[in-house]
Design a protein around this ligand. Structure first.
Ligand SMILES: *Cc1c(COP(=O)(O)O)cnc(C)c1O
Length: 389
């Protein structure tokens, strides 16, 4: 295809391989295996002499279509789809690292990512050192002779801290390591980490890529060669994306651009409104000029994204009052949905941390996180105002 196509066009037009029936919408191939015309063809497929599908743990045409479409959007040579965001991260580490290797990771990561790196991969001899998302000196000081991977999310959850992707990529490369960026919060519509020097992008497609809270999915994106081991792990170990989920995600990608623009516009307006509210202590949103890293955020992201964090005056009781007085917003830890969600991190996503750990992470008792959806912004404000006023 024309390589000058805009993202919204790629999101709709790439990865299409019509069948003999000339269907307009992408076909869904609900089949676990594929047949051959002869013993010769079967043998050629298995040796790899002839490309083609064998078994859905290896490839499936609907999954392949999703991979091609997401690769086009991220500007990646290759994409391998996975059953969930967590299996994308697992496959990345299993495909690239061995026992005895070391990871430097941002402290501000998705909770299950920390569990995976520390409690599971740690048992297999892969060690992780956590550093401040925003302090380059800490990243530098954590590098060891056996450091193979740097891992970050930007913006972080829930405090929307911004990692300097280019600076961290440069440090990783100077240390003979690779940089992996979890691009779940921005999607390629708002941020393209590979262009900023990252080697690999991982996604939880469960969030904005689906966009309507229907299925789990994930993806790993990067260079053709680099992903060979990641794909090798997946086709052997099996946490591959199902054809049905791939089809839902293909449809999700088609509207990703207009949804991300609308999420961002709603989030910015909500952030400004919250900042002016007398019962709000502070608002953390990368699109606000008051965000400590606003300039960096606007260099590496197109907008501030769809997630707004804010601290209410009055601690936990005041925060819970806001949550409990909502009638419209969904009280859930999920995000990236057309439905706006509200979370009290200190007692949910970060509830298992000790008070000291929460203090160190900046997750105060008054902190709330809103993943702003696509409802009318005045309705969202009114719903929050009930508990805030
Ligand atoms: C949800 C999420 C994940 C994990 O994805 P699943 O699809 O739930 O496995 C990883 N990283 C981030 C930033 C997430 O928000």
């Amino acid at each position: 295809m024309d390589d000058k196509l805009a993202p919204e066009t790629l999101a709709i037009r790439s990865g299409i391989h019509r069948t003999q029936f000339e269907e307009h919408s992408e076909a869904m191939f609900l089949t676990s295996s594929f047949v051959y015309t002869s013993a010769e063809q079967a043998a050629a497929r298995f040796t790899g002499a002839e490309p083609g599908n064998i078994y859905a743990r290896f490839t499936n045409p609907t999954v392949t279509a999703f991979q091609e479409r997401l690769a086009a959007l991220e500007g990646a040579e290759r994409c391998v789809a996975t059953a969930s965001g967590m299996s994308a991260i697992l496959a990345t580490v299993m495909g690239l690292l061995s026992a005895g290797d070391h990871i430097v990771a941002s402290r501000a990561l998705f909770g299950s990512t920390v569990q995976l790196l520390s409690n599971i991969l740690g048992r297999f001899g892969i060690e992780t050192t956590y550093v401040s998302a925003t302090d380059m000196a800490e990243w530098k000081a954590a590098v060891k002779a056996n450091t193979k991977l740097f891992f970050l999310e930007s913006p972080s959850n829930p405090l929307t801290e911004i990692c300097d992707i280019r600076a961290i990529a440069d440090l990783a490369h100077a240390s003979n390591a690779l940089l992996v960026v979890d691009n779940c919060f921005c999607t390629p519509i708002l941020q393209r980490p590979l262009e900023l020097g990252a080697d690999i992008v991982v996604h939880s497609a469960t969030k904005y890529i689906d966009g309507q809270g229907r299925v789990l999915g994930g993806a790993v994106l990067g260079g053709e060669k680099m992903l060979e081991g990641v794909y090798g792990f997946l086709r052997t170990a099996g946490p591959t994306l199902s054809a049905f989920n791939a089809w839902v995600l293909l449809k999700g990608l088609e509207t990703l651009k207009i949804r991300m623009d609308a999420h961002s516009a709603n989030a910015l307006e909500l952030a400004k409104w919250l900042e002016a509210h007398p019962n709000v202590q502070r608002v953390l949103y990368p699109g606000l000029a008051s965000h400590p890293q606003h300039t960096l955020a606007m260099q590496q992201q197109k907008t501030g994204g769809g997630i707004v964090a804010f601290e209410v005056k009055g601690g936990k009781d005041a925060a819970w009052k806001v949550v409990n007085n909502t009638q419209l917003l969904s009280i859930t830890a999920n995000l990236g949905d057309v439905k706006t969600t509200i979370t009290h991190p200190a007692t949910t996503t970060h509830g298992r941390l000790t008070q000291e750990q929460r203090d160190a992470a900046g997750v105060s008792d008054g902190l709330l996180r809103v993943a702003v959806g696509l409802e009318n912004i005045d309705d969202i404000k009114r719903d929050l105002a009930r508990g805030l006023d």
